[in-house]
Design a protein around this ligand. Structure first.
Ligand code: TRP
Length: 334
């Protein structure tokens, strides 16, 4: 079976963009591949954070992923497998400094940190972030890596690091991971459809996958559309976003109906919004139920995730034994 590796940072609540952009695919890929999905808490240390929140958010993400249908045997918490950090060190010694400073996400996040406060410290961890990601991937000899386009450059770097490692140590040990790009609906902020749906903009700008029904409904009802007088035949981004949501939720019937209405000149968005809200609620309600069930068995579920992390760790340890051998480190077991 081909191997898959992917990761998500424990950022708190999942939103619809995360779900359609990543999690739904994670769930669908299970069964056809050997899947390893990490809640990557080491990655979350690259930007300023609070220790208590990190632990809380890590478990919250674990529970939410399970509620969405990720199987617990495929799920691990990154820092329970410290080999991720160890391989990061080794790979950092075959990756050039210049390569890292050229990463666009590093530049973006550096700017972001400086915008937030003038004396923000940009950590070397932020610079090393893509090497940590390469380690996640190479530790498990992943064939495929489901990612969004924003991570393409990082995956390319992982491939370069594999090449460099193989060249330096005269081996063919690491294979090249392939990206698995998925068709991701472009979901926009309902409150400002000029921007992407994202948590960093604030609560109004994303739809919480585990949000209460009345909150979701209210958000959709107050979503920005257009003045209703648009006659040019071009759809405003806000209206387009409502259609995208309907489609993403799989409600093609409503999609087709409202599209016909729109094309015939109707600009009454109340009914459209009603159907969008109902579709989101229908999609997410089973996740909410499942989350409640899982929370009722909290300590049992946590045990299971410790267990699955320990099993997945065995694969990482095997890789590290081999990497230590290849790179000339003293082997741990004599
Ligand atoms: N950097 C990814 C993101 O922010 C998360 C991630 C970490 C990841 N390690 C990974 C994704 C390994 C794919 C494979 O979305």
């Amino acid at each position: 079976m081909k191997r898959i590796l992917s990761g998500i940072q424990p950022t708190g609540d999942l939103h619809l963009g995360n779900y359609f952009g990543a999690i739904k695919n994670w769930v669908d890929l299970q069964g056809n591949y050997e899947c390893n999905y990490g809640v990557v808490d080491y990655h979350s240390m690259t930007m300023p954070y609070k220790a208590d929140n990190l632990k809380k958010n890590t478990w919250q993400m674990v529970f939410q992923l399970l509620a969405c249908g990720v199987r617990e045997e495929n799920l691990f918490i990154q820092s329970l497998i410290p080999e991720h950090a160890e391989l990061t060190w080794i790979l950092s010694c075959v990756c050039s400094y210049g390569e890292l400073t050229r990463m666009t996400q590093f530049k973006d996040k550096t700017d972001q940190a400086k915008e937030q406060s003038k004396d923000a410290v940009v950590s070397s961890g932020l610079l090393f972030y893509p090497i940590l990601m390469a380690s996640d991937i190479l530790l498990y000899h992943a064939d495929y890596v489901p990612i969004g386009k924003d991570q393409e450059q990082h995956l390319e770097l992982s491939r370069n690091i594999a090449t460099r490692f193989n060249y330096i140590f005269n081996t063919e040990y690491f294979q090249h991971p392939e990206p698995l790009f998925t068709e991701i609906p472009k979901l926009l902020s309902p409150a400002n459809p000029e921007k992407k749906m994202s948590k960093s903009l604030g609560e109004k700008h994303y739809i919480n996958l585990f949000g209460e029904e009345k909150v979701i409904t209210k958000q959709i009802k107050s979503a920005v559309t257009d003045s209703g007088e648009v006659s040019s035949g071009t759809m405003s981004p806000g209206v387009k976003n409502l259609f995208e949501l309907l489609k993403a939720c799989g409600n093609t019937e409503a999609y087709n109906y409202h599209m016909e209405q729109w094309e015939s000149g109707s600009r009454q968005y109340g009914a459209l919004k009603g159907d969008v809200a109902a579709s989101i609620v229908a999609l997410t309600a089973p996740f909410h139920l499942r989350l409640e069930e899982l929370k009722n068995r909290e300590s049992e579920i946590k045990d299971q995730v410790y267990e699955s992390s320990a099993l997945i760790r065995k694969k990482a340890q095997k890789t590290m034994d081999e990497v230590r051998e290849i790179t000339g480190l003293t082997t741990i077991s004599r």
